[in-house]
Design a binder for this molecule. Structure first.
Ligand SMILES: *Cc1c(COP(=O)(O)O)cnc(C)c1O
Length: 365
């Protein structure tokens, strides 16, 4: 059996460190705030090469609080890729802003700068650059659009811990970066957790207040914020796990290299293109195949789990019917029935990746 994700195996490999982190936090009763939260925020900011890190309750809140922190005029339009998790676009609407979907690049799946230009209007104020599957967006092209039109860039780094653009870690390349530590992400908590990064000190301070009831001192509140904090147990677990992240990412890249090698030149399998200037964090390895569901079934018959990210492009969801009929010419809408996520992660050996690749070759032939 080759699992898509194996969090139990990961726990077994680091159990002493995790158990110690949990018992220390409970012994200290450091459930909200405390040393682990501060230490993790500092360590994660350093790891991602950002000046400031604000821990929050989850990745969706991270995006929403980042948008609130930027204080864009109500009703401003924010450009969001048509293929991402709904958390990205949901946060835009929750922050009182308007979602405008743009298409993805047909080869590398990330937000298409060409299509972003087509979707600009007088009301556009920001771009949500989703580093989908762990591959950073074309930040150079998006940055020049942003500069030309006075737009903010929010990086959705939920799938891109440790990913780089020209040797620079994602998260503070744009104005602000949002991370999720949902258990299945490359760096995952044991529950919900998230973080926001920025190099802008006053933005960091504002976002920290928003996430903590607008609080400035105990029972003194500058404004009405909300409760979205990273809790002590999750911070302690994340701090313990951060030590292992680079090793885990290396294993993900080795698995991806096996897929690249064994699936290249198979005409029935379209491989994801990797841009030359990025370090990919391979949260997901997504190929495109015809008859995706039957291919997935054949792999399951061989004991291989796969997944789909995402089976319904966002503009086609009922949640976005209010935006009117989706633009069927979008690549994102044409390819959602072909996407297939192969198993990837530190739980997988290269030999298992070879088994998956060979089984896929057989399944599509
Ligand atoms: C997981 C994810 C989110 C949401 O994160 P949560 O912690 O689950 O709220 C947002 N965007 C993308 C691209 C994600 O993969």
């Amino acid at each position: 059996m080759i699992k898509f994700l194996d969090l139990q195996a990961q726990y077994r490999s680091i159990q002493p460190q995790i158990d110690a982190a949990i018992s220390r936090t409970i012994a200290d009763a450091a459930f909200i705030g405390g040393d682990a939260v501060r230490s993790f925020e500092a360590a994660f900011a350093k790891y991602q090469e950002a000046a400031h890190c604000v821990g929050v309750a989850n990745g969706t809140d991270a995006i929403e609080i980042a948008l609130e922190g930027l204080a864009l005029p109500r009703g401003s339009e924010v450009i969001v890729p048509a293929n991402t998790f709904i958390g990205t676009s949901e946060a835009v609407t929750r922050a009182g802003l308007r979602v405008v979907f743009a298409d993805v690049d047909p080869d590398d799946f990330t937000l298409s700068p060409v299509d972003v230009r087509r979707r600009l209007s007088q009301r556009t104020r920001a771009i949500l650059a989703v580093h989908l599957y762990g591959q950073p967006c074309d930040m150079l092209a998006l940055g020049s659009i942003a500069q030309q039109h006075g737009l903010r860039i929010i990086e959705d780094c939920a799938q891109a811990h440790g990913a780089e653009v020209k040797g620079r870690r994602v998260g503070a390349i744009g104005d602000v970066g949002a991370f999720s530590f949902y258990p299945g992400k490359n760096l995952g908590a044991y529950g919900d957790a998230g973080a926001i990064l920025t190099n802008d000190e006053s933005l960091a301070l504002r976002m920290r207040k928003i996430a903590n009831h607008g609080r400035t001192a105990k029972y003194d509140h500058e404004f009405e914020g909300r409760n979205s904090r990273l809790d002590g147990l999750q911070a302690a677990i994340l701090l313990a796990k951060l030590e292992f992240l680079d090793g885990w990412l290396e294993q993900r890249r080795r698995v991806a290299a096996v897929y690249d090698r064994l699936l290249a030149g198979v005409p029935e399998v379209r491989l994801p293109r990797r841009r030359s200037d990025v370090t990919h964090s391979y949260h997901l390895y997504v190929v495109r195949v015809r008859d995706r569901d039957s291919v997935a079934q054949r792999l399951r018959d061989h004991g291989i789990e796969t997944s789909v990210h995402y089976p319904i492009a966002l503009p086609r969801l009922r949640a976005y019917a209010y935006l009117g009929a989706p633009d069927e010419s979008m690549v994102a809408l044409q390819q959602d029935s072909q996407l297939l996520s192969l198993p990837i992660g530190e739980h997988l050996s290269e030999a298992q990746a070879e088994t998956v690749a060979l089984a896929l070759r057989e399944a599509v032939s």
